[in-house]
Design a protein around this ligand. Structure first.
Ligand SMILES: Cc1cc2nc3c(=O)[nH]c(=O)nc-3n(C[C@H](O)[C@H](O)[C@H](O)COP(=O)(O)OP(=O)(O)OC[C@H]3O[C@@H](n4cnc5c(N)ncnc54)[C@H](O)[C@@H]3O)c2cc1C
Length: 376
């Protein structure tokens, strides 16, 4: 689906935000191991927390292709910031579409204003790829559900307090017994754990929390058992596609930095770009990036058209992640020692590509999905 004029303008504004606000601050967020709140305010002002939120809830109701375009240009600045922002956006869009009106009214305005952060919690200390094996327990109680268990490796969990959470209602029943709830991190029974200390990408705000006798009201059950497993996987094609777009954004930015440097830096009496062996590296990276961009555009168009995007999304994420993991070190090498400076994005982006290999379906799970579709 072609972008509207308004969507094209929004992506251009997001590009400016990325270059002028995100890129200059990203190294500091990493050093201070925190979420990029300064840029969040600017992103909110542009409407980037409202992209796919319905107009009836104050949203922009944009196409998925527009969201993928925004994800690419923001991740050019910082993968972690983009993850954090999109996860809050996703919770707002989800609640606006599925929650009871009173529940949506309680959370959606704060989420789109950036006053509260959102997160989606499937993964647990003991269950990642095998989502059906989660053990966080949801047991019926007077007026609602009692939730007990632990979640880990959750984007924004360092701070988020509007949580889309999946729990098991019938131990041993696998996906069939899983239900989906909205959980309020400001209520009793929600115990946040310290943010995870990782090798990088701290602007994602990765962390975990425990639920200890947390009570969810009846109207906070978003998906009853039997529907939640499918609902959780329902948005996965979109997530895979925008993660692929984010990988493209990181490689695009690395290329931009290297190209500029290669015009200025002299070696053996000419600019680096004057050496054929040097510039061929850039040609290879640009060609692979162009192919991955086409794959993202194709998956996004299928999603916008309401068609089956399983294969296209899985293949786009598989190849874009691998392309970023391969090309970012090559482009960093082309910078010489200069590429090691923290003001340049290479090391940060490479860690972003590593994270992309796990979130919303690890590389191995993507291969399994591709096999399953091929043998259908
Ligand atoms: C920064 C970050 C942010 C995240 N954000 C979120 C979030 O917001 N919400 C959320 O719910 N989760 C989130 N996750 C968790 C992510 O979804 C999991 O990391 C992912 O599902 C893989 O689970 P795991 O890491 O436990 O690996 P495991 O499931 O323990 O697997 C370990 C390795 O074995 C491979 N493997 C597993 N099973 C098979 C198999 N059958 N065949 C072949 N290989 C296999 C996996 O691909 C992986 O490489 C995040 C993770 C990271 C790193």
């Amino acid at each position: 689906m072609p972008l509207t004029d308004a969507e094209t303008t929004l992506i251009a504004q997001a590009t400016t935000l990325s270059r002028e606000v995100i890129t200059p601050q990203a190294a500091r967020w990493e050093r201070e191991r925190r979420i990029g709140h300064e840029a969040l305010a600017a992103a909110v002002a542009l409407g980037l927390t409202r992209l796919q939120v319905p107009a009836s809830h104050g949203g922009l109701d944009t196409s998925f292709s527009c969201k993928a375009g925004v994800a690419e240009v923001l991740a050019a600045g910082d993968f972690g910031f983009t993850m954090s922002l999109i996860n809050t956006h996703n919770v707002a869009a989800h609640l606006a579409r599925t929650a009871a009106p009173a529940v949506a009214a309680r959370y959606v305005p704060d989420l789109i204003a950036g006053a509260r952060l959102g997160c989606t919690a499937l993964t647990e200390p003991g269950a990642g790829s095998d989502f059906a094996a989660i053990t966080t327990r949801a047991a019926r109680c007077d007026g609602g559900w009692r939730l007990d268990g632990a979640k880990a490796w959750i984007t924004n969990a360092a701070e988020a307090d509007v949580v889309l959470l999946y729990a098991q209602t019938e131990p041993g029943s696998g996906g069939r017994g899983i239900a989906g709830f909205v959980v309020d991190g400001r209520r009793a029974g929600f115990v946040r754990e310290p943010a995870f200390a990782l090798g990088g990408q701290h602007s994602i705000g990765t962390g975990g929390f425990r639920l200890e006798g947390y009570i969810a009201q009846d109207d906070e059950l978003l998906y009853p058992p039997g529907r939640a497993f499918k609902a959780a996987l329902g948005s996965i094609n979109g997530a895979r596609t925008y993660i692929a777009a984010m990988c493209n954004g990181m490689v695009g930015e690395a290329l931009r930095v290297v190209r500029t440097y290669g015009q200025q830096r002299q070696a053996f009496g000419r600019p680096l770009a004057g050496h054929q062996g040097w510039r061929w590296r850039l040609a290879e990276a640009a060609s692979e990036l162009a192919a991955c961009r086409l794959m993202v555009a194709n998956a996004a168009a299928l999603i916008d058209a309401g068609q089956d995007a399983q294969l296209a999304a899985a293949q786009a994420k598989l190849l874009a992640t691998r392309m970023a993991e391969r090309q970012l070190p090559v482009l960093a090498q082309a910078m010489g020692a200069e590429g090691l400076r923290e003001q340049h994005p290479f090391a940060r982006h490479l860690m972003g590509a590593r994270v992309a290999g796990f979130v919303d379906g690890s590389t191995e799970m993507l291969l399994e999905r591709i096999c399953a579709v091929m043998h259908d």
